[in-house]
Design a protein around this ligand. Structure first.
Ligand SMILES: NC(=O)c1ccc[n+]([C@@H]2O[C@H](COP(=O)([O-])OP(=O)(O)OC[C@H]3O[C@@H](n4cnc5c(N)ncnc54)[C@H](OP(=O)(O)O)[C@@H]3O)[C@@H](O)[C@H]2O)c1
Length: 280
């Protein structure tokens, strides 16, 4: 089955489907990363804050794939935004020579200094692309105004119930690709059992999760669904052998609830700004 790819604004080719690794550690994540890469995935998403980069690196090795065969992305943790060793430390934990995409995880602390660190590592060839996550548009604009390299990608909460409608027009205009976190609504039963998706799942002999992931592909989003189960990991990769019609995409547009599952609050931002990574 042919994967979908996006071309980032610097010409780097990125798979649309990736495997998300939040909340998984130890042998489980070693096995799941290797399994995903051996079952059609070509992108792995992790973060300093997930505390699993060492095991993700082991999973990459275990997959048997050559380095250039997979796209590796990770996120700089906010408590490391002024740590000039943080990017080299990330390369060491992952045991790779370069990272395909490094993202600033949250718009807290000194993110301009952090973005300039990413720019430096990008110019040195340690990072093939750099991006942002969870930045409201006015803070993306601040990065555009104060830094030189236009972010290649924004990672945001995005799914049919909350389809990144604030970020999308801005990012489209600036040439910044969008990548969905919570692409399955964090496993929301409400969304996975929504009658719009159950009807389409029946029509295409697919699961509702596959229909939702197919919607992401056709919206032009990249996405990083997570799962602890080999069955779901495999299933989520089998989305390139069917296509939703324009009318069906229109029906899905109507389930939009305009409200994210994850609520950003001053307290949540404060927590993200101060909670250290497990290796600090
Ligand atoms: N940048 C950020 O701030 C940020 C924030 C959150 C997440 N992320 C990234 O986004 C990734 C995805 O987030 P997420 O894992 O929380 O949410 P998600 O991918 O939307 O949903 C994962 C949930 O859906 C279930 N699931 C997966 N495939 C399924 C299927 N085929 N059928 C039924 N249920 C299925 C999983 O359960 P099972 O384990 O049972 O399959 C799990 O409970 C993370 O791993 C991380 O890489 C980034």
């Amino acid at each position: 089955m042919e994967q979908g790819y996006l071309t980032l604004n610097n010409g780097v080719k990125m798979p649309q489907l990736g495997f998300g690794t939040i909340g998984q550690s130890g042998d489980q994540i070693v096995e799941n990363v290797a399994f995903a890469l051996n079952n059609g995935y070509r992108l792995i998403d992790t973060a300093n804050r997930y505390g699993n980069e060492t095991e993700v690196g082991e999973g990459l090795k275990k997959s048997g794939l050559n380095r250039e065969e997979y796209f590796l992305e990770t996120k700089l943790g906010p408590t490391l935004y002024e740590n000039d060793q943080a990017i080299d430390g990330t390369l060491e934990r992952l045991k790779v020579e370069y990272i395909d995409l490094m993202i600033l995880h949250h718009p807290v602390n000194n993110y301009i200094y952090a973005y300039k660190m990413l720019e430096k590592a990008y110019r040195q060839g340690k990072l093939r692309a750099i991006g942002l996550s969870n930045f409201p548009v006015e803070k993306i604009q601040e990065v555009l105004d104060q830094c030189e390299v236009v972010p290649a990608l924004m990672q945001v909460e995005c799914h049919p119930y909350y389809p990144a409608e604030l970020a999308k027009p801005f990012c489209d205009e600036k040439g910044i690709a969008l990548q969905a976190w919570y692409p399955l609504g964090h496993g929301s039963i409400d969304m996975l059992k929504d009658p719009v998706f159950t009807a389409l799942a029946e029509k295409y002999h697919k699961s509702t999760a596959q229909v939702i992931l197919r919607w992401h592909i056709q919206m032009g989003f990249a996405m990083v669904p997570g799962s602890r189960s080999f069955g779901h990991i495999k299933e989520n990769g089998e989305i390139f052998d069917f296509a939703l019609t324009e009318e069906e995409m229109g029906k899905i547009a109507q389930v939009n609830r305009h409200v994210p599952f994850y609520q950003v609050t001053p307290e949540s931002l404060q927590r993200l700004a101060t909670t250290k990574c497990n290796f600090e």
